[in-house]
Design a protein around this ligand. Structure first.
Ligand SMILES: [Zn+2]
Length: 202
C-alpha cells in the first residue's frame, strides 16, 4: 500500500523518513515517570527513523518504563519471558474471553499495521493473541539471530485461527516478521538487537 511520508521528519535527526522499513514511533510511556522527563516529553510518540531510535541514548530508559507498564497491565496474567528490565513477554487470559492476549516488549522494534489510509507503525510493542505471541517467542528462540541473513519460515496449527505461517525476513540489523493464515494478522519490523536481548543472547 502506498504511503505518503513527505510530511514526516525524524524527531532525532530531522531528516525525512522515506520508507516504512525505516519508520518507527518512540514507544508511548509516561515521561513524568522518568528522571529524563524534559527530554522524553518531546520524544514520546514522535516519528523517528528506526535506526536513529535504536542508537538513541534514552532507548533503555523508555524500555524500562514500557516493561514496567506492561508488567502492570498483565499483573493478573503470567510471564512468558523476561530477561532483565528492558524486554519481555506477558500473557493474560481474560475471564469470559475465548482467547488469551499477549504483549511482547521489543523497545527498538516497530509493529506495522494498516490504519484508515495507509500503513502505520507503533513502537516498542507487539500485541496479539496469547498463542501467537507464544509461537513468535518459540520461533525466535530457534533462530541463529547472531548472524541473520536469510528468510526463516515455520508453520503451526493455531487453536484459534487454523494453519499459520511465521516468517522472518532478515535485512542487516533488522528483520520483517509476519504471521499469516487465512489472512495476514501480524507484521512487525524487528530490530535484531531486541530479539537477542529478548532471548538473553546479547
Ligand atoms: Zn533520523
Amino acid at each position: 500500500m502506498a504511503h505518503s511520508f513527505s510530511a514526516l521528519r525524524c524527531r532525532i535527526c530531522n531528516e525525512e523518513i522515506n520508507s516504512i522499513l525505516d519508520f518507527n514511533h518512540v514507544p508511548i510511556v509516561d515521561p513524568y515517570a522518568s528522571v529524563y522527563k524534559e527530554e522524553l516529553i518531546s520524544l514520546v510518540g514522535a516519528p523517528v527513523h528506526l535506526g536513529c531510535w535504536a542508537n538513541h541514548a534514552l532507548w533503555p530508559e523508555v524500555a524500562r518504563l514500557a516493561v514496567a507498564d506492561t508488567r502492570d497491565a498483565y499483573k493478573s496474567g503470567q510471564v512468558l519471558k523476561n530477561n532483565g528490565e528492558y524486554t519481555g513477554a506477558w500473557l493474560r487470559f481474560p475471564k469470559g474471553s475465548p482467547i488469551g492476549v499477549g504483549t511482547m516488549v521489543l523497545p527498538r522494534s516497530a509493529y506495522i499495521y494498516n490504519d484508515m489510509f495507509a500503513e502505520n507503525v507503533k513502537g516498542g510493542y507487539i500485541a496479539g493473541s496469547a498463542e501467537d505471541i507464544t509461537q513468535i517467542a518459540k520461533f525466535l528462540e530457534s533462530l541463529p539471530l547472531e548472524d541473520c541473513k536469510e528468510i526463516y519460515i515455520t508453520t503451526f496449527e493455531s487453536e484459534d485461527s487454523g494453519p499459520t505461517t511465521i516468517k522472518l525476513d532478515c535485512n542487516e540489523d533488522r528483520a520483517l516478521l509476519s504471521l499469516s493464515g487465512e489472512s495476514d494478522r501480524l507484521r512487525a519490523n524487528i530490530y535484531l538487537g531486541d530479539a537477542r536481548l529478548f532471548l538473553g543472547r546479547n
